[in-house]
Design a protein around this ligand. Structure first.
Ligand code: GCW
Length: 713
C-alpha cells in the first residue's frame, strides 16, 4: 500500500513538473548550458577519446580553462575530467610543444596572438595558441563541437579574429538605469562594487569570452564624469580584475567636460595646455590602477553632450588630445560619429559624413571613428552609412545596436544576424566591386592597422540576461561576426539554436527558419519599403508616424516619411536632400532612379506617388498595405512554428518565447493598423482587398501614451 502511495505521489509530482510552465532552464545559462549529451553513443565515444586532459599553461586564464572544462565534462559527459600530463586532449602554447609536436608549431605562425588551432595529431587532439587567451578561445571552440555533437576526429581547425577590438558598449548609468535597456537594471552594481563581486560578472565574462568579445565599456556614452573619480576607478578596477583572465579589457565612456566637472579647470578646450595635462595625468592615474585599461569611448557634440565643438575645435582635435594621453600605455580612443547638430542645415542623414570626411587623415593612429551601420539611427532597415569607404586614412569602427530600441524592445523576436550581415556585406563600390563595408571595418580595404566593432548591449538583470530568450542570439551573433564577418547569419543561428534550445535536427531547422525570417517581419510591420523613424517619441515604443511637433525637425517622424496628398518618402536624390551624392558613383546612379533603387530602400531615397507602379505591378499604396500585412502574417507564422515546437523545448524557455510572441503579434497589428490609418489620411485610397479592418480608430491609436515605457534616454 505504502509503495502504491509513493508511486502515486511520484507520478503526481511529475505531472506537476510537466505542467509547470517555468520548469527547467530559465535562460540564465545562455548558450553554455552543458546539458548531458542525449545521444548515448556519441557521448560514449567522446568519453573514450577524452579520458585525460593536459593543460600545459599556468595562469589565471589556464585556471579558467580548467574550470570550464570541468563544468562542461560534468554536464555534457557526466564524468569528471582527469588532468594529467599523459593525456589525449592537450592544451598548449607553442613554446610548450615537444619535438615530435613541431608540426603544430608551424600552424601557429599565421594565427596571431588571439587565434588558435585545434588539430588531431598522433591520435591526440591539440588545442594550441600563441597566448593563453588564444587557448581559452580554442577551448570554447572545442566545447562547441561537443555541445553541437560533432565529430572530433581528424580535426584541423585554424581561426583568428578578423577585427581587433570586439567590444560591447553598455549604455548603463551609474544608478543602474540602462538607456535603451529592456532587460531590467544594469548588471553593474556600482554601489556594491568594488567589494561585492557577483557571480553574474563571471558568467558574463565567460559568455563574452566564448564568442570572442575582448573589450567592454560598462558605462553609458551619455557619460557621467564621476566615473573618472578615484572612488569609481576602484570599482572599475574590480571589474577589470574579474574580466582580465577572460581576455576582456575595460574601457570607459567619458564626458568631454570632465576637466571642468571633476578637475576644477575653467575650460575643457582640447587645445588648452592645462586641459591636455589634466587628461595625461588622469590617464596615467587610471593605468596605475588598471594596467591593461583599454581606452576611451566618446560621444561628443551630439544630442547635447559637450565636445571640442564647444570651443570651435574639430572632432579630430578632441580625439587626438585623448589619443596622445593614451599612447604611452597602448590605449585606444573610440570616437563616435553619431553627431548631428542644432545649427546644421543639412538633412540629418548627411551630417556625420559632412563632419568626418574632411577630417580624414587628421586622426592619431590609435583613434577609431565609431560609425553606426546606417546614417540615421539603428532603424529596422537603413541604407549603409556612406562614411564607410569615404575615409581611406581613418580607422572606422562599426557600431551595431544589439538592444532593440527600434525593433520592438525585448518582446519582439528579431534575429539581427541578417541585419548585421546586410550591413557588413554591403558593397560600397568605393574601390570597385567587392569594396564591402566589412573590408572597411576590418581595415583590409585601405590597409588600416586598427580595426574595431562595437555592439550596444541588450544585457540586464533579467534572469535570462536579455529579456527575451532570442535576444541572447543577438548578443551571440554580434560576437561571432565581430570575430569572423564571413560567417553566415544562418550558420550562426544554427550554432546558437543547438546550444541554447535543442539539438534535434528538425527542431533546429524550424528555429533557424523562424530566426532568419524574423527581422524582415519587423521591417514589414514597422517601416516597410525604406520608411524609417516612425516610432513614437522619446521612448520609441510603438508607432507614432503622426508626431510632428517636437523641438527639432529631425526628431519628428513626419520629417522622415514626408507623407502628403501626392505621395510618401524622403527625396534624397539631387532634386531633394542629395544624400545620394555621398555614395560612390555606382550607388549614386542606382539610388537616383527609383527603378534601380532596391525596393526595400525605395522610400529612403524617393518621394513617390501613391499610384507609383511597383515592380509587382501594383500601386505603391497597395504594396505598402501588403507589406504591413505581410509583417503581421509573418509573426503569426512564427508563432505557429514556435507552438509546434513545444515538445522539443524546455518548458520555461518555451513559455517565455510563447508569451513574447503573443505580445509581438498584438503589437505588429497595432503598428500595421495605426500606420495604415494614418497614411490613409493622405493617400485617401481604400485599403486593398483582403486587408483586415483595423481594430481601432486612428484617434484611439494617437491617444496612447506610455510615460513609463522602459529604457528612456
Ligand atoms: O539612438 C539614439 C538613442 C539615444 C542614444 C543615442 C546615441 C545613448 O535614442 O538614447 O544615446 O542614439 O547613440 O548616442
Amino acid at each position: 500500500m505504502l509503495r502504491l502511495v509513493c508511486v502515486f505521489l511520484l507520478l503526481l509530482s511529475q505531472v506537476a513538473v510537466a505542467q509547470n510552465p517555468f520548469a527547467g532552464d530559465d535562460g540564465y545559462r545562455l548558450w553554455l548550458k552543458y546539458d548531458e549529451i542525449t545521444d548515448k553513443q556519441q557521448r560514449q565515444s567522446y568519453v573514450k577519446s577524452l579520458t585525460a586532459i593536459d593543460i600545459r599553461s599556468q595562469s589565471d586564464t589556464a585556471n579558467v580553462i580548467q574550470q570550464e572544462l570541468t563544468d562542461a565534462w560534468q554536464g555534457l559527459l557526466k564524468t569528471a575530467p582527469h588532468f594529467s600530463s599523459k593525456a589525449d586532449l592537450i592544451i598548449t602554447k607553442g613554446d610548450q610543444l615537444s619535438k615530435n609536436e613541431q608540426s603544430i608549431q608551424t600552424l601557429l605562425s599565421t594565427i596571431g596572438n588571439e587565434g588558435f588551432v585545434i588539430h588531431s595529431l598522433n591520435g591526440k587532439t591539440y588545442i594550441a595558441a600563441n597566448s593563453d587567451i588564444g587557448l581559452l578561445y580554442g577551448t570554447f571552440r572545442f566545447l562547441r563541437l561537443l555541445q553541437t555533437e560533432q565529430s572530433i576526429k581528424q580535426l584541423s581547425i585554424s581561426e583568428s579574429p578578423k577585427v581587433q577590438l570586439r567590444m560591447l558598449n553598455h549604455w548603463d548609468d551609474l544608478d543602474r538605469h540602462t538607456e535603451r535597456g529592456y532587460a531590467g537594471q544594469s548588471i553593474f552594481d556600482w554601489h556594491k562594487l568594488p567589494d561585492y563581486k557577483e557571480q553574474r560578472y563571471y558568467d558574463y565574462a565567460r559568455a563574452n569570452a566564448s564568442i570572442g568579445i575582448n573589450g567592454i565599456v560598462p558605462n553609458n556614452v551619455n557619460a557621467n564624469s564621476l566615473i573618472l573619480t578615484p572612488h569609481y576607478l576602484q570599482k572599475v578596477k574590480a571589474l577589470a580584475d574579474i574580466f582580465r583572465p577572460y581576455g576582456i579589457k575595460v574601457y570607459l565612456s567619458l564626458k568631454f567636460s570632465s576637466p571642468q566637472q571633476i578637475g576644477g579647470l575653467s575650460t575643457s578646450d582640447p587645445l588648452d595646455k592645462n586641459v591636455q595635462q589634466w587628461w595625461k595625468d588622469k590617464t596615467a592615474e587610471i593605468y596605475k590602477i588598471i594596467p591593461d585599461f583599454g581606452g576611451y569611448l566618446v560621444k561628443a557634440n551630439s544630442e547635447g553632450q559637450p565636445g571640442p565643438g564647444d570651443y570651435g575645435r574639430t572632432h579630430a582635435e578632441g580625439a587626438n588630445m585623448l589619443a596622445k594621453a593614451l599612447q604611452p600605455f597602448g590605449g585606444n580612443v573610440l570616437w563616435r560619429a553619431f553627431v548631428y547638430s542644432h545649427d546644421a542645415k543639412a538633412e540629418r542623414s548627411l551630417q556625420a559624413y559632412n563632419e568626418f570626411v574632411p577630417l580624414d587623415g587628421k586622426f592619431e593612429p590609435n583613434v577609431s571613428v565609431q560609425v553606426k551601420n546606417g546614417p540615421i539611427d539603428f532603424q529596422p532597415r537603413e541604407a549603409f552609412s556612406a562614411l564607410f569607404g569615404a575615409t581611406p586614412q581613418t580607422s572606422l569602427a562599426m557600431e551595431f545596436q544589439i538592444t532593440q530600441e527600434y525593433l520592438g524592445f525585448s518582446t519582439h523576436l528579431a534575429y539581427l544576424g541578417t541585419m548585421y550581415k546586410e550591413a557588413l556585406d554591403a558593397d560600397t563600390h568605393v574601390k570597385g566591386e567587392g569594396s564591402t563595408v566589412a573590408k572597411v571595418v576590418d581595415g583590409s580595404l585601405y590597409n588600416i592597422p586598427l580595426s574595431a566593432m562595437a555592439g550596444v548591449a541588450n544585457i540586464g538583470m533579467d534572469r535570462n540576461w536579455t529579456g527575451h530568450i532570442f535576444g541572447q542570439s543577438n548578443w551571440y551573433v554580434y560576437g561571432r561576426l565581430a570575430w569572423d564577418h564571413d560567417l553566415t547569419a544562418a550558420e550562426i543561428a544554427e550554432e546558437w539554436a543547438r546550444m541554447t534550445l535543442s539539438n534535434d535536427d528538425k527542431a533546429v531547422a524550424n528555429i533557424v527558419d523562424i530566426m532568419m525570417s524574423s527581422r524582415e517581419h519587423v521591417v514589414n510591420y514597422m517601416t516597410p519599403l525604406g520608411l524609417h523613424h516612425l516610432m513614437d517619441t522619446g521612448h520609441h515604443y510603438g508607432p507614432g508616424p503622426w508626431v510632428g511637433d517636437l523641438g527639432r525637425d529631425d526628431w519628428n517622424p513626419t520629417y522622415y516619411h514626408r507623407a502628403d496628398e501626392q505621395g510618401i518618402g524622403l527625396d534624397r536624390t539631387a532634386s531633394g536632400t542629395n544624400g545620394v551624392a555621398q555614395y560612390a558613383p555606382y550607388w549614386q546612379k542606382r539610388f537616383s532612379d527609383p527603378a534601380t533603387t532596391p525596393t526595400e530602400l525605395l522610400l529612403w531615397f524617393h518621394h513617390l506617388d501613391w499610384d507609383y507602379k511597383m515592380p509587382s505591378g501594383d500601386t505603391l499604396w497597395n504594396e505598402l498595405a501588403k507589406h504591413y500585412d505581410a509583417g503581421v502574417q509573418g509573426v503569426a507564422e512564427m508563432q505557429a512554428q514556435w507552438l509546434a515546437l513545444e515538445s522539443q523545448i524546455e518548458a520555461n524557455q518555451f513559455n517565455q518565447v510563447k508569451m513574447a510572441l503573443a505580445i509581438q503579434l498584438k503589437e505588429a497589428q497595432w503598428w500595421r493598423d495605426a500606420c495604415m490609418l494614418y497614411f490613409q489620411t493622405f493617400s485617401k485610397r481604400p485599403f486593398p482587398a483582403g486587408f483586415a479592418a483595423p481594430e481601432h480608430s486612428l484617434e484611439t491609436y494617437r491617444s496612447y501614451q506610455f510615460p513609463y515605457a522602459p529604457g528612456r534616454g
